[in-house]
Write a protein that binds this ligand. Sequence first.
Ligand SMILES: Nc1nc2c(ncn2[C@@H]2O[C@H](COP(=O)(O)OP(=O)(O)OP(=O)(O)O)[C@@H](O)[C@H]2O)c(=O)[nH]1
Ligand SMILES: [Mg+2]
Length: 409
Amino acid sequence: MQNTPKGMRIHIGIFGKRNVGKSSILNALTKQDISIVSKTAGTTTDPVEKSMELLPLGPVVFVDTAGIDDEGALGLQRVEKTKKVIDRIDLAIIACDFKGFDEFEELLIKEFQTRKTQFIVVINKIDEGEISTSNLSKINAYNIETVYTSALLNKGIDELKQAIIKNVPEEFFSDTSIASDLIPAGETAVLVVPIDLEAPKGRLILPQVQTIRDLLDNDSIVIITKERELRKTLENLKTPPVLVITDSQAFLKVAADVPKNVKLTSFSILFARLKGELNEFVKGTLQIEKLKSGDKILICESCTHHAIGDDIGRVKIPRWLTQYTGKKLIFEHYAGHDFPPNLKAYALVIHCGACMTNRREILSRILKARQADVPITNYGLTIAYSLGIFERALEPFTSAKSIYNEVES
Ligand SMILES: Nc1nc2c(ncn2[C@@H]2O[C@H](COP(=O)(O)OP(=O)(O)OP(=O)(O)O)[C@@H](O)[C@H]2O)c(=O)[nH]1
Ligand SMILES: [Mg+2]
């Protein structure tokens, strides 16, 4: 991820008056001493940039700035530099302390509103005092996300991360490819689509349709078959496909029919990458090894579809996971936008492929799981792991595979 071009990274700027704790907040967010912190107002002079991974969001550039209330000839030059930073950021954090919210913050808000830059407010130094109701009502009048922190005591930093995920502009979530980066233009992908009881009448489901469209946009060749005709399909091809993508539920049969030299993965694993954070889910999956009898497993489904027959979340995953672990596990289900407040009660969270929700929501859930120190994974990875084809299903994804190799070695 360190190789992500800077232009692709979300740029997050921290602005506010001198000495409110901007640099301290940045250091707390990144858990590194990136910016110099001191009690002398005006410590940060030139903008300080740092590229980093802000998990689970991904690659970001943080820009720390000089106080917007700086004075004197030099001070005004610094203010000008700070204003220039606004041109290149995607999300702004306005930091103030409990003492005040005045014309300087209002000026920043005007700048952000003019440029249509998304922003949030952080009230820092809450360990020192409380913001006055009149100041708070001034902030509330803008109807913006407000987070209370103490950078000094590392309080509210997780909430700030959540607020960042919630407010990052939409284009950062919608611009990624599903599978087209894995299949060069002109090359072939074979998609395996079982038509079972759960398949909707007369159509394909959203992840399948989206994958087909993504590959067609990329000028890749897409061949679609049911699992029964897969072997014949592969035999008929003069050149083997670059990748076979299957519905996770047909993993075992498909793995047996796809030659070992052809890469294989599932729609659900592709969606773990698109909608979540594949590496985080891989780490979570590996925790299956540690499950004990009596452990509670949370199964989360984004849509509230009516469960039919051998429903994947309610029947198949519990069955496969129980068979694999040999343990008596307790499964609890949540659907839709519901997410339990107390994750600590669970030994593992297993999320659906999230085709009906957006990446923002899944990243926010991953962050909640991290904060509760509970591993999180998704349907496809859990199925692949329980069926013994995890390593093979990760083959197309270099960094996820290396995480697996590290843990296994
Ligand atoms: N009590 C308390 N002190 C804090 C907190 N955050 C920062 N400080 C202190 O406030 C002082 C200023 O912190 P900085 O992080 O340098 O503030 P800044 O906004 O970057 O300041 P400039 O770069 O000068 O504009 C330092 O002495 C910090 O230790 C906090 O949450 N609580
Ligand atoms: Mg500073």
